[in-house]
Design a binder for this molecule. Structure first.
Ligand SMILES: [Zn+2]
Length: 67
């Protein structure tokens, strides 16, 4: 039964690509409520907390020009 160890090294390693995907948390610019978590470039949605329309351009623009 001990000979199985030699064959163990020939087994290719399991590559888990999903572990490298980084998800970003998106927050409402009005009330700071956490909208959702994901990896998107653009989105338009209504905040379920303050019911205001949140666009992805609003959040990215805020980070670029910090006063
Ligand atoms: Zn909100």
């Amino acid at each position: 039964m001990g000979t199985d160890i030699e064959n163990y090294e020939s087994v290719p390693p399991i590559i888990q690509n999903n572990t490298n995907v980084e998800l970003t948390d998106y927050f409402c610019p009005f009330c700071n409520y956490k909208l959702f978590r994901g990896n998107v470039i653009e989105f338009n949605m209504v905040c379920s907390h303050c019911n205001k329309l949140v666009k992805s351009a609003m959040i990215s623009a805020e980070e670029d020009s910090k006063y």
